[in-house]
Design a protein around this ligand. Structure first.
Ligand code: OSB
Ligand code: MG
Length: 379
């Protein structure tokens, strides 16, 4: 692989409905995209999953743009490397910034799959042509609005419901949803809103037969989660705390969780996501694919990753129409009546880019090309 150019774009696109978590409400998305172009002319696309502010993680749209433009893209452009699996190590001098790195890394995988004329999911080693889907439902203005949403998603066929919780929107809400839907596969996601001092609350939640409780404690903790897991029956699932296969190994060893949510951006791309999946599979820890309110590009990458063998639980990857009036990919992502997504058979991501739509949403773009002269000027 020899990347001749990386084009960065920022697009802005409103969500159909606000999405609220314990750390805040999102109404309009800022999404950084990367298009990597090989010297043979093949291109690949990746999406940065950083949010609009540094609240889910320390990365955010502006920091990822600056890091990509100043450091990461120049480390990859003009380099000859054996495969997409090596892209992450080219960017190793930069510490952290995994979401920014994943933007380029995942684009390289799309490109490589296209060169091999293979669907990305098969190129990654995926084995499931159909993946089970759930939905993540944010905090609503009223409990009634939440119940309506749950009902609508179940009618659409989704296989499990995730409810965002925070202090004041937790026990009472889970109880009401459970009472109205006694048999659904249900879980809660706290996005780090609690501490170990809240263990009694989680013990009370045990009676509602939740599939799991996602990231109840601090965003970088694995120690207190291990203590909490000892005190409750509901499986703990880690999201924010897992940035690498090393983190996964440590969390599993400590007993901090029984399930792991894998997100491409959070771990730095497909190669690391594959390593997380492997560690978990070898330790009988089920994984599932998380979501970050992605456009069609990130969504297509999530679908490909979720076809790996260890992804045995329904993830947060759902239909484009739940987020966008119009997606930037053609066709948009759709879900079957059985609550599944069919992995596409076309080469690469398997979805075409709607370039006219992308152009109309673009607020800035920048081309990073190889330095050609001794003076260090970009050509
Ligand atoms: O914690 O999984 C999370 C969205 C933004 C930031 C964090 C999370 C989420 C979601 C939404 O739960 C998943 C989706 O529908 O894309
Ligand atoms: Mg989460």
């Amino acid at each position: 692989m020899h990347i001749e150019e990386i084009e960065l774009r920022e697009i802005r696109q409103p969500l159909i409905h606000f999405f609220e978590t314990s750390f805040g409400r999102t109404t309009d998305r800022r999404i950084v995209l990367a298009r990597v172009i090989d010297k043979d002319g093949t291109e690949g696309w990746g999406e940065c999953t950083a949010g609009e502010g540094p609240f889910y993680s320390d990365e955010w749209a502006e920091s990822s743009w600056a890091t990509l433009r100043e450091f990461l893209a120049p480390m990859v452009v003009g380099k000859e490397f054996a495969s997409a699996a090596q892209a992450f190590s080219l960017m190793k001098p930069v510490r952290g910034h995994r979401m920014a790195k994943a933007t380029i890394e995942t684009a390289c995988w799309d490109l490589e799959a296209k060169q091999a004329r293979m669907p990305l999911w098969r190129h990654l080693g995926g084995v499931q042509a159909e993946i089970p889907c759930g939905v993540s439902i944010g905090i609503q203005n009223t409990p009634e609005a939440l119940l309506e949403k749950v009902e609508r998603e179940l009618k659409a066929g989704y296989q499990r419901i995730k409810i965002k919780i925070k202090p004041g929107w937790d026990l009472n809400i889970i109880e009401r949803v459970r009472r109205n839907f006694p048999d659904v596969r249900l879980m809660g996601d706290a996005n780090s809103a609690y501490t170990l001092a809240d263990a009694a609350l989680f013990q009370e939640l045990d009676q509602f037969n939740l599939m799991m409780l996602e990231q109840p404690l601090s965003h970088n903790d694995i120690f207190d989660h291990a203590e909490l897991q000892k005190q409750i029956k509901t499986p703990v699932c880690l999201d924010e705390s897992i940035h690498s296969s090393e983190d996964a190994r440590h969390a599993i060893g400590l007993g901090s969780c029984r399930i792991i949510n894998v997100k491409l951006g959070r771990v730095g791309g497909h190669a690391e996501a594959k390593r997380v999946e492997k560690v978990c599979r070898e330790n009988n820890i089920p994984v599932w694919c998380g979501g970050m309110l992605e456009s069609g590009v990130g969504r297509a990458h999530n679908i490909a990753m979720a076809t790996l063998a260890g992804f045995t639980l329904p993830g947060d990857v759902s239909a484009s129409s739940r987020y966008w009036a119009e997606d930037i990919t053609e066709p948009p992502v759709t879900v079957t009546a059985r609550g599944t997504i069919l992995a596409p058979e076309k080469p690469g991501l398997g979805f075409d880019l709607n370039l006219a739509r992308i152009d109309s949403l673009t607020v800035r773009n920048e081309r990073v090309v190889r330095k050609t002269s001794a003076s260090g000027q970009r050509s």
